[in-house]
Design a binder for this molecule. Structure first.
Ligand code: FE2
Ligand code: FE2
Length: 146
């Protein structure tokens, strides 16, 4: 695995639901790997990301279904679109197209912050309210100024 970081974790991504936050940290690490590993490692990096995405989205979909989360249809739809793209790209990588994996990774890097901000954060708030009768408490470190 490469040690360089193109897509790194920010505490701004924290949503106050511990399990979801852990999953999102893993998502960021695995997308970063897709951007930074060598071409020879890309196949296993994409397999690892794909397995993560299946688990990540299935878990959120299950939370939405079990907790009657109202706007779940468009959220589940977004997950399905991402999974469909990942599966397409896996097929194209099998044909030798390395560049398309890097493009997918860049698209995921652009997609994640707004997905987390609008859809996952609404779900996190809903889940925390249902279990603790309150809004999630998020403790973010102050961003380090360069
Ligand atoms: Fe998520
Ligand atoms: Fe989501």
């Amino acid at each position: 695995m490469s040690e360089s970081t193109i897509f790194g974790w920010h505490d701004q991504f924290l949503l106050g639901h511990a399990e979801m936050d852990e999953t999102h940290k893993e998502f960021v690490e695995l997308v970063n790997a897709l951007l930074t590993v060598s071409d020879a490692e890309l196949n296993s990096a994409l397999a690892a990301f794909s397995a993560h995405a299946e688990r990540h989205f299935a878990q959120e979909n299950e939370w939405m279904e079990k907790n009657d989360f109202p706007p779940r249809d468009c959220h589940i739809d977004e997950h399905n679109k991402v999974l469909a793209s990942v599966h397409d790209v896996q097929e194209q990588l099998a044909q030798g197209d390395v560049a398309i994996v890097r493009e997918l990774a860049k698209a995921l890097m652009d997609w994640f912050p707004s997905h987390a901000d609008y859809l996952d954060s609404a779900l996190a708030t809903w889940l925390v309210k249902r279990t603790h009768a309150g809004a999630p408490l998020v403790l973010r470190r102050n961003p380090v100024k360069a």
